[in-house]
Design a binder for this molecule. Structure first.
Ligand code: 13P
Length: 258
């Protein structure tokens, strides 16, 4: 069975010492769950110290971004190559990167390729804005983001990818609304359909799809109960270790015992 994935995206929060305090407390709060993988994506600076502190049976690390060239004169960038051995996952194409840092479809595609080239697993974020949703363009946006991001991959590589469906209209950064689980189900179904059209149903069954809109310990169960929803990518609610631990516990109650 697929392992469910609960990912904390700390965004630009928690400096190295706060991150270390968090992990110390969190390590004690959360047991090892066989069917649930807990992932934390701290700032670049905190990745290296945390890699020495986390209990690796309980927590895997992710980066929130990386640059698609492996090495060179690219001032200020960090490559996927530099992240090898430190993280297992890299978040790619988060809506904040697409919007604030102008990452286009091709940049995201090149990052996905670089991620695999370096033996890491992408958590590929896709999702539509509020305006696109209102205009009825959700499927077109998801289709374009997905097709381009996966275009350099083999079916074998696609099989291992993690896709986070992040409706931009439902994340706190953009004063989002609370998404109805049935609306999310429709898009998850579409993502599965698209992947099976391109790579076959066997591959589509294995790809893990996360919900990436706003959740908290009370709302997360509604999304995790959806068909083919294999976890969540969590922003604000993951900054408090107790809240995040509660979310993991909810995930365990719904998915962990399967
Ligand atoms: P919030 O949970 O803060 O709304 O953020 C969601 C998100 O962007 C996850 O990456």
């Amino acid at each position: 069975m697929k392992k469910n994935l609960i990912v904390a995206n700390w965004k630009m929060h928690l400096n190295v010492s706060s991150a270390s305090i968090y992990i110390n407390r969190f390590n004690k709060e959360v047991p090892v769950h066989r069917n649930i993988e807990v992932v934390i994506a701290p700032s670049f600076l905190a990745i290296q110290p945390l890699s020495l502190e986390v209990d690796h049976r309980k927590i895997k690390l992710a980066a929130q971004n990386a640059y698609f060239k492996d090495e060179g004169a690219f001032t200020g960038e960090v490559s996927f190559t530099m992240l090898r051995d430190l993280v297992k996952y890299v978040i790619i194409g988060h809506s904040e990167r697409r919007l604030y840092f102008h990452e286009d479809l091709e940049t995201v595609r090149d990052k996905v390729s670089a991620c695999y080239r370096n033996g890491l697993t992408p958590i590929l974020c896709i999702g539509e804005t509020k305006a696109e949703r209102i205009a009825g363009e959700t499927k077109r946006v998801i289709h374009d983001q997905l097709i381009t991001a996966l275009s350099n991959l083999t079916a074998e590589e696609v099989r291992g990818i993690v896709i986070a469906y992040e409706p931009i209209w439902a994340i706190s950064t953009f004063q989002g609304e609370v998404a109805k689980p049935q609306d999310i189900q429709r898009v998850i179904d579409f993502i599965v359909y698209q992947i099976s059209e391109l790579y076959g149903s066997k591959v589509a069954e294995e790809v893990r799809i996360l919900y990436g809109g706003s959740v908290n310990p009370d709302s997360v169960s509604g999304y995790l109960a959806l068909e083919n929803c294999d976890g969540a990518l969590i922003g604000g609610a993951s900054l408090n270790y107790l809240e995040f631990a509660k979310i993991i516990n909810k995930a365990y109650l719904i998915r962990g015992k399967e």
